[in-house]
Design a protein around this ligand. Structure first.
Ligand SMILES: [Zn+2]
Ligand SMILES: [Zn+2]
Length: 194
């Protein structure tokens, strides 16, 4: 079929959610459902994939988030345009001791990790509800980065930079009006235009 899209891409297949390693089926489904509902996008869940071995940093006992993103990026298949990995392993990038998630700004791949989301700042286990909300928030935040959204000054917006779980907990599962507008513009751009 000829791929001449002049119509806005809306609820067509857009985002693949990919379970990495031992990500739980519940987490994967919760993330997929929220991506679909909040962004109003077509979402599909891929087969489970092992984490790329080359991403493991033996000296840090963590996974290099950039290498995980490269692995995910190579898995994007049309008509899907974005891929979101869900993992349980601890992710890091060179300048941070750890990250909750990572994405290529304006790129195709994003990843969220549950590793740091299960405990509170005081070391106690978070409630399942708090944990789930954190997972959803990081997933939506990272995916929005792939749609060119940068960090937002509004402390009540999902694009606010939240390096700690207690910061995440203060956020609603919502983008501010400005970020929401930017997202709508970007998602509706026809395929092939970025
Ligand atoms: Zn961010
Ligand atoms: Zn915002």
């Amino acid at each position: 079929m000829e791929d001449r899209r002049e119509e806005p891409v809306f609820l067509e297949p857009v985002v693949s959610v990919c379970p990495l390693g031992d990500a739980t089926a519940v987490d994967v489904r919760v993330v997929a459902a929220n991506v679909q509902a909040v962004f109003d996008l077509g979402v599909d869940i891929l087969e489970r994939s092992p984490l790329p071995e080359e991403a493991f940093l033996a000296d840090r006992r963590q996974y290099d988030a950039a290498a995980v993103l490269r692995h995910l990026d190579a898995m994007v298949r049309p008509p899907f345009r974005k891929i979101l990995g869900v993992t349980t392993v601890d992710l890091c990038i060179p300048v941070f001791t750890h990250v909750f998630g990572e994405a290529h700004l304006g790129g195709r791949a994003a990843v969220v990790s549950s590793f740091r989301l299960r405990t509170n700042e005081n070391g106690f286990k978070a409630s399942i509800e708090t944990y789930t909300h954190r997972l959803i928030k990081v997933a939506l935040h990272e995916l929005a980065h792939t749609r060119n959204l940068v960090h937002c000054d509004n402390p009540r917006c999902l694009m606010h930079f939240s390096p700690k779980v207690n910061h995440l907990d203060r956020l609603p599962i919502l983008f501010c009006e400005r970020c929401r507008y930017l997202l709508t513009q970007d998602w509706r751009r026809p395929a092939g235009m970025g």
